[in-house]
Design a protein around this ligand. Structure first.
Ligand SMILES: [Zn+2]
Length: 487
């Protein structure tokens, strides 16, 4: 998914995120490479620690604090790396189940060895002013971030947080909490607060319960963070603790159960669109392990189809929360579901072909800027190609719908965009049809945009029956989707 790719470049801690629904564990989306298990966690620092290496950590000097505080900050970073391991050891000891974790307890009790210098080879820290942090992190709402793009991780954190920011974060945020959180990212853990977990968590590895963690918005490391580290160690070593039967949570009041790092409460299916948008890949898991992977090319009927999803007439399988994971449609279609926090994916299949694929997301990390709040996309076959419908519902009201025809082709054949404000007035009306002959040659979308050709706004639109029909169809789909998303 493109949105994942874009938003994941930086793992942020946002100031003022309400974290009542924090959950305990999830690996970052690119932590596991299923096709090459040996590459699991390759980019992240936990693997190095498990190999017995110490981490080379850089602490850059900054004018935001006095020289004498440099040593204090170095000690803090070293301590917080240790704490991630010590916390896990303590919770295992508290549970009285030391035997079950005898393989990792000695490692956890030893902590994480770090060598701190003015420039590190694994990760660098900059403590600076909040203003500089927000500039570096590219968001005026960010309390700190980890830059995963550079070859060496770089963490930007505020040395001091203003009184106002303290109020916004309900007194929760300070450099200590933010450091613990970002250190968790460098090890390979994903965010666990509502607005980010659907986007940067691995779809397979993560828990299902809503609890508290530093990877959410808890102030200190919790039992849930301890389970995160245990599971992360296990998947990095490709180990199934407790064998096929898995292991029960060590956390008080939790009902979580893990099998090979995967929450037993998760349904058996994970769905993704192929790179070229021409097919859907359905992966099936049993006891935490992938047992099959099936590719369903999209059925691409020649004519127009209704923009309706395959309805379900019978539930064939449900998950522990009673949500459907497999259903049957009226014409014998089989419908599969995959859940990742606030993201729901649905695939319907018939005659070994994908009929439609839908992904729905209720939150994204842009909620803070008032941009996107809910999102839906739908892939389906029509006019001999794969088409894509998208809808964004904005936090401050208003919505946007896109239609793309031929997303499985090198160039999209037709593109429509309709933007409405909160009073449902049409603000933007874009139509591109790049295949028309002009000046004796085929025009690309780019050419047309460059010439200001068909890409027009309200008031100057070219009359076209096709355009009119498709725009109306898109509007009807948007109306239906808006109702569906507001339920
Ligand atoms: Zn984060």
């Amino acid at each position: 998914m493109k949105i994942r790719g874009i938003l994941l470049l930086i793992g942020c801690v946002f100031l003022g995120v309400v974290g009542a629904n924090a959950t305990q564990w999830g690996a970052l989306h690119d932590y596991v490479d299923e096709s090459t298990p040996a590459n699991t966690g390759k980019k992240y620092l936990l693997r190095k620690v498990l190999n017995g290496e110490s981490l080379s950590v850089g602490l850059l000097r900054d004018s935001a604090y006095a020289e004498e505080h440099y040593d204090e900050l170095s000690r803090m970073i070293a301590k917080f790396y240790d704490d991630w391991f010590f916390n896990a050891a303590e919770w295992i000891e508290k549970s009285g189940r030391e035997d079950e974790f005898a393989d990792i307890l000695p490692i956890l009790r030893e902590g994480i060895r770090v060598r701190i210098s003015e420039e590190g080879n694994d990760v660098n820290f900059t403590f600076t002013t909040l203003k500089d942090v927000q500039w570096k992190c590219g968001s005026s709402y960010s309390g700190g971030c980890l830059d995963l793009k550079s070859p060496i991780f770089h963490i930007y954190l505020p040395y001091n947080i203003s009184f106002l920011q303290k109020i916004i974060s309900l007194g929760r945020d300070n450099k200590q909490r933010l450091s613990r959180h970002e250190i968790g990212h460098t090890l390979g853990l994903s965010d666990q607060y509502v607005t980010a977990r659907s986007i940067n968590s691995d779809p397979v590895y993560g828990s299902t319960e809503k609890r508290k963690a530093v990877m959410g918005s808890a102030k200190n490391l919790t039992c849930d963070d301890a389970e995160g580290i245990i599971n992360l160690i296990d998947i990095t070593r490709n180990k199934c603790r407790g064998g096929d039967r898995g292991w029960k949570t060590i956390c008080p009041k939790s009902k979580e159960y893990y099998i090979c790092g995967m929450s037993a409460g998760k349904g058996p299916y994970r769905i993704k669109i192929s790179e070229d948008n021409g097919a859907v890949i359905l992966n099936t898991y049993e006891k935490g392990k992938k047992v099959s992977s099936t590719v369903y090319p999209f059925a691409t009927p020649q004519g127009d189809v209704d923009w309706e999803e395959t309805p379900a007439v019978e539930t064939l399988k449900s998950d522990v929360f009673g949500r459907p994971v497999k259903e049957r449609g009226p014409k014998g279609e089989i419908i599969y579901y995959s859940y990742l926090w606030d993201r729901v994916e649905r695939l319907s299949v018939q005659n070994n072909h994908a009929i439609d694929y839908v992904a729905q997301l209720r939150y994204t990390s842009k909620i803070h800027t008032g941009e996107m709040e809910k999102y839906k996309e739908r892939f389906f076959g029509q006019r001999g190609v794969v088409c894509l419908l998208k809808m964004y519902v904005y936090h401050k009201g208003g919505y946007r719908g896109d239609y793309r025809e031929g997303v499985n082709k090198p160039k999209v054949l037709r593109y429509i965009k309709r933007v409405y404000n909160r009073r449902r007035q049409l603000l933007e009306d874009v139509y591109e049809e790049p295949t028309q002959q002009q000046n004796g040659r085929n025009m690309s979308t780019k050419d047309i945009i460059a010439q200001g050709g068909i890409n027009q706004r309200i008031g100057k639109q070219a009359k076209s029956a096709q355009r009119d029909r498709l725009s109306k169809k898109l509007d009807r789909w948007l109306e239906r989707t808006l109702q569906e998303l507001s339920r």
